[in-house]
Design a protein around this ligand. Structure first.
Ligand SMILES: [Zn+2]
Length: 394
């Protein structure tokens, strides 16, 4: 199995300055390489290949030992490959007959990640020269940086990335060969409905609500974004407002991740089989039926923005759930969510009128009454189990 870990870094002031310089030099390298691409494309209509630029990199480094030469050759190559990918995608879209935007220069604050593609090459995870109890990551040109490693790392570290978020620094490890940790069978199966007030509602009538502090941060973020929209371009106040929005975005992301981990863990511990809506299909039906049909519940209607901030957690949650399910040996099934919210879980009668309000379901045929999300989750479970049976029979 493959998985990634994100840990907070605790750099010293000097290391933080070095990390900032490292990001800045990688950004300039990216922009210089992009300029090269643009010129070649504008003058001759040709595409420069990654190999050419990688060869140039040697000269750039030897000509600038105190600048670009300080950093890992491999991390710089990874930055060039990143640009190469952006161009490959650009030319693919051109070929497909579309008119894509040319890859853009990265402004300050728009380039936040540097990747070392191989542990041991310009970087070393868990390098311990003098602190036998602390976790440190060694980064070429920066030194041994302390890591707040809040959970053990399993498997083999493959790539190491450093990311800046506001004034915090994170290290992201991508690991291979992470051993699975199967959980004992429970004999239970559940359908789950994804919502706004409750991130997850199960067919067993459990509601894993979005935490209040997440809604509160989403509120503050919505306010901050409205505030930002009123600021004049290029002004000092606007720069401050931008920083505030970025910090709140980061906070929402952390809270959402944390909550998603906890909710996924609870589900995986309780059920052998978990059935969920296929989000790709769900998003299509949702946008087709408009957002009015599923307004926020305890989320004030004042901000569609606030709602969308909370909604965006579904994809993250399902990704985390799928990792945890795989590791625990649980079965995860995605089903088409069409009609799951308007079909009676007891008699199968399907009508829009079954749905009294956002939260209340009452069947117009048999009178079955339930929380609307629980009713939907039961339908989702049933659809998943039917799929499973069909697959076993085939
Ligand atoms: Zn019914």
């Amino acid at each position: 199995m493959r998985r990634s870990y994100t840990f907070l870094l605790r750099p010293t002031a000097r290391q933080a300055a070095a990390l900032t310089a490292c990001l800045e030099d990688h950004r300039q390298l990216y922009n210089a390489a992009l300029e090269h691409h643009r010129t070649a494309y504008a003058k001759a209509g040709v595409s420069i290949r990654y190999g050419d630029q990688s060869a140039d990199l040697k000269h750039i480094r030897s000509g600038d030992p105190g600048g670009q030469g300080r950093w890992s050759f491999s991390s710089q190559q990874a930055t060039l490959r990143r640009l190469d990918k952006a161009f490959a995608a650009f030319f693919d879209r051109v070929k497909a007959g579309r008119t894509p935007g040319f890859p853009r220069f990265k402004g300050r604050g728009r380039f936040d990640t540097v990747t070392w593609p191989k542990d041991g090459d310009g970087c070393r995870w868990d390098s311990q020269p003098e602190h036998p109890t602390a976790t440190l990551v060694r980064l070429q040109g920066v030194g041994h940086v302390r890591v707040h490693r809040h959970r053990p790392v399993k498997g083999r570290v493959k790539t190491i990335s450093v990311k800046r978020e506001g004034n915090r620094w994170y290290v992201i490890l991508s690991c291979d060969d992470v051993p699975a940790q199967p959980l004992p069978a429970t004999g239970a199966a559940a359908g789950i409905d994804l919502g706004v007030a409750s991130l997850v509602t199960t067919s067993d009538d459990e509601h894993l609500a979005n935490p209040r502090h997440l809604a509160a941060t989403a509120d503050r973020l919505a306010d901050a974004q409205r505030d930002l929209a009123r600021k004049k371009r290029g002004s000092q106040r606007r720069r401050k407002a931008v920083a505030r929005v970025a910090a709140l975005h980061a906070q929402v992301r952390r809270q959402r991740l944390d909550h998603a981990h906890k909710a996924a863990l609870a589900l995986v511990a309780a059920y052998d089989v978990i059935v969920h809506e296929d989000l790709r299909i769900a998003n299509m039906t949702r946008s087709a039926s408009g957002t009015i049909e599923r307004p926020g519940r305890n989320v004030a209607a004042k901000s569609g923005l606030n709602r969308s901030i909370l909604d965006a957690g579904w994809g993250v949650f399902l990704t985390i759930l799928s990792y945890k399910a795989e590791s625990a040996g649980r079965e995860l099934i995605a089903v088409n969510p069409a009609d799951t919210s308007r079909t009676c879980a007891r008699c199968g009668h399907c009508a829009k009128e079954n749905r009294l309000t956002q939260a209340a379901f009452r069947c117009t045929a048999c009178g079955h009454a339930a929380h609307a999300d629980v009713n939907a989750a039961v339908n989702i479970l049933r659809a998943g189990l039917a799929l499973r049976e069909a697959a076993e029979a085939a």
